[in-house]
Design a protein around this ligand. Structure first.
Ligand code: IMP
Ligand code: MG
Length: 181
C-alpha cells in the first residue's frame, strides 16, 4: 500500500518556484556584496535540504562557497519534533561573511533557531534563511524568521524532494502528504 495520501506540490510547481527563489536570492546577494564585499557562504542543513539546495544553487550564478551542517530532529518513525540536536560541527569562520542558511522546511523552528543563533553569534556581515516549505505560525515553538519561503503549507507531515519519513522518500520528485492511517 502506498504511504502517500496525495501530492501537494508537483515537479513543475517546485521547479518554477525554485527558479524564482534562486534568482531573487542571487540578486539580493549581488547587491549585498556590492555594498559590502565579502565571501558568500551557503549552508544547507542536512539531510533534508540536500535536494532543494542542489537545485537552488544551480540558479545562482555567483561566486560562493558551500558548507554543510547536520541537525537531527525526527529520529526514526516520529512525525513530531523531538527538539533539534546538532549532529555535526558548525563552521566557526563566518565572521564578516554573507551567510545563507537553507532548510527544507520551517516547522517548530527548533532546527533553524538553533543554527541561526550559533551563526549570528559569529557576527557575519549578513544572515538570510531560505526554506522551501513553511508550516503555520501556530506550530512554532521558537520564533524564527525565514527571509525566503517557497511555499506556505498546511500543518501536515510531508515527504519527498528531500523530506523523509523514517529516512525514506527523500528521492520522491514531488512533495506529498504522508498517509497516516
Ligand atoms: P523544526 O525544527 O521543527 O522546525 O523542523 C525542521 C526539521 O524537521 C526539518 O529540517 C525537517 O527535516 C523536519 N521536518 C519538519 N516537518 C517535516 C515534515 O512534515 N516532513 C518531514 N520532515 C519534517
Ligand atoms: Mg530533516
Amino acid at each position: 500500500m502506498s504511504s502517500i495520501s496525495h501530492i501537494l506540490l508537483s515537479r513543475d510547481q517546485i521547479s518554477a518556484r525554485v527558479h524564482a527563489m534562486g534568482a531573487a536570492l542571487a540578486g539580493d546577494l549581488q547587491r549585498e556584496s556590492a555594498a559590502r564585499d565579502a565571501e558568500i557562504v551557503i549552508i544547507p542543513i542536512l539531510t533534508g535540504a540536500l535536494v532543494f539546495t542542489a537545485d537552488l544553487i544551480r540558479q545562482m550564478p555567483l561566486k560562493l562557497r558551500l558548507r554543510v551542517v547536520a541537525v537531527s530532529s525526527y529520529p526514526g518513525t516520529s512525525i513530531q519534533s523531538k527538539g533539534a540536536i546538532l549532529a555535526s560541527e558548525i563552521p566557526t569562520d563566518l565572521a564578516g561573511k554573507h551567510v545563507v542558511l537553507i532548510d527544507d522546511i520551517l516547522d517548530s523552528g527548533q532546527t533553524l533557531g538553533l543554527v541561526r543563533e550559533m551563526i549570528e553569534r559569529q557576527h557575519p556581515a549578513s544572515t538570510r534563511v531560505c526554506v522551501l516549505l513553511r508550516k503555520p505560525d501556530s506550530v512554532r515553538k521558537r520564533p524564527v524568521t525565514a527571509e525566503y519561503v517557497g511555499f506556505d503549507i498546511p500543518d501536515e507531515f510531508v515527504i519527498g524532494y528531500g523530506l523523509d519519513y523514517d529516512g525514506y522518500y527523500r528521492n520522491l520528485p514531488e512533495v506529498a502528504v504522508l498517509r497516516t492511517s
